[in-house]
Design a protein around this ligand. Structure first.
Ligand code: ATP
Ligand code: MG
Length: 268
């Protein structure tokens, strides 16, 4: 998709990005530390990469590994997550994932995820992509179709329409699917939680959605498989039973050829 972006009176084109308001040029250069559009005449297109998959499949681990590798190579990159990634989104995340909120209606759940996504797209993702940067996001809109659509049985067209409103149609350029047996993934999370008892640092959280029954998680996994079939060019499904290093390498093999249009901040 190619869309024209009006910046400082210039007409520029950029695939995948739809900007519906005047870009704040000063803020962009500040955020990115990057000169792509400082004179209002140069526009670069970023790269939007998302990670999807069942609970405990290693999304956060691999999203961070990719972010660190890109950063070490000098690329302008940010790492973010859903729900969350912004001050407002992180508040919504707490409401969504709180184990006590068992009474949450499915529609409330969908709209809260979408509200957090809308904030993330407009506050962070679109502006950063518009500077030519790379956004690595731990879950995105596909999760809504898989979890609330296939998992909870909500109408997929309705979810697509809500997602369109929340994202303005912004889709990832690359989506990694970390494929793991649902029970193995949940077991990894449980193990991580048990290991973390009494310890500090990064641990896999156990939340309201994890606590749903196995059949739900299996429907979600089948839903992801359907989504992959519908857009095979965007998805890269990888066997998440492999080691962290093996997976990270396979992910890099997919991402590195796509970096051609991205200008590093520092010499590699
Ligand atoms: N390839 C792997 N092999 C074995 N264990 C792994 C692998 N990748 C991650 N883990 C471990 O599995 C647990 C879950 O990993 P991680 O938090 O990255 O998964 P996730 O998909 O982000 O989970 P969530 O669904 O909670 O967001 C962690 O304890 C992590 O160290
Ligand atoms: Mg995670």
């Amino acid at each position: 998709m190619t869309i024209t972006l009006p910046i400082e009176g210039q007409v520029l084109t950029c695939p995948s990005i739809l900007v519906d308001r005047q870009i704040d040029k000063d803020r962009l250069s500040l955020d990115a530390g990057y000169t792509a559009i400082t004179d209002g005449t140069v526009m670069q297109c970023g790269l939007f990469i998302t990670f999807e998959g069942p609970e405990g499949s290693g999304k956060s681990t691999q999203a961070r590994r990719l972010y660190e590798r890109l950063q070490a190579a000098g690329y302008p990159v940010i790492l973010t997550r859903e729900p969350g990634g912004t001050r407002i989104g992180e508040w919504i995340r707490r409401i969504l994932l709180d184990l006590r909120h068992t009474e949450m209606a499915p529609t409330t759940e969908i709209l809260l995820f979408s509200a957090a996504r809308s904030q993330l797209v407009s506050e962070l993702i679109r502006p950063y992509l518009a500077t030519g940067g790379i956004v690595v996001c731990d879950r995105y809109a596909d999760s809504t179709l898989a979890y609330q659509g296939y998992g909870l049985g909500r109408d997929l067209n309705e979810l697509r329409a809500i997602t369109e409103v929340a994202t303005g149609g912004l889709k990832p350029d690359i989506t990694f699917y970390l494929n793991i047996d649902v029970e193995v993934g949940l077991q990894r999370k449980r193990a991580s939680r048990e290991r973390s008892e009494g310890a500090s640092g990064q641990v896999a959280e156990w939340n309201r959605l994890d606590a749903r029954d196995l059949a739900y998680h299996q429907r979600v996994a089948r839903g992801f498989a359907e989504l992959i079939k519908q857009e095979p060019e965007r998805w890269h499904a990888l066997d998440a039973a492999q080691s962290v290093d093996e997976l990270a390498e396979q992910i890099w093999q997919v991402v590195s050829p796509r970096l051609v249009g991205i200008t590093p901040i520092v010499a590699r």
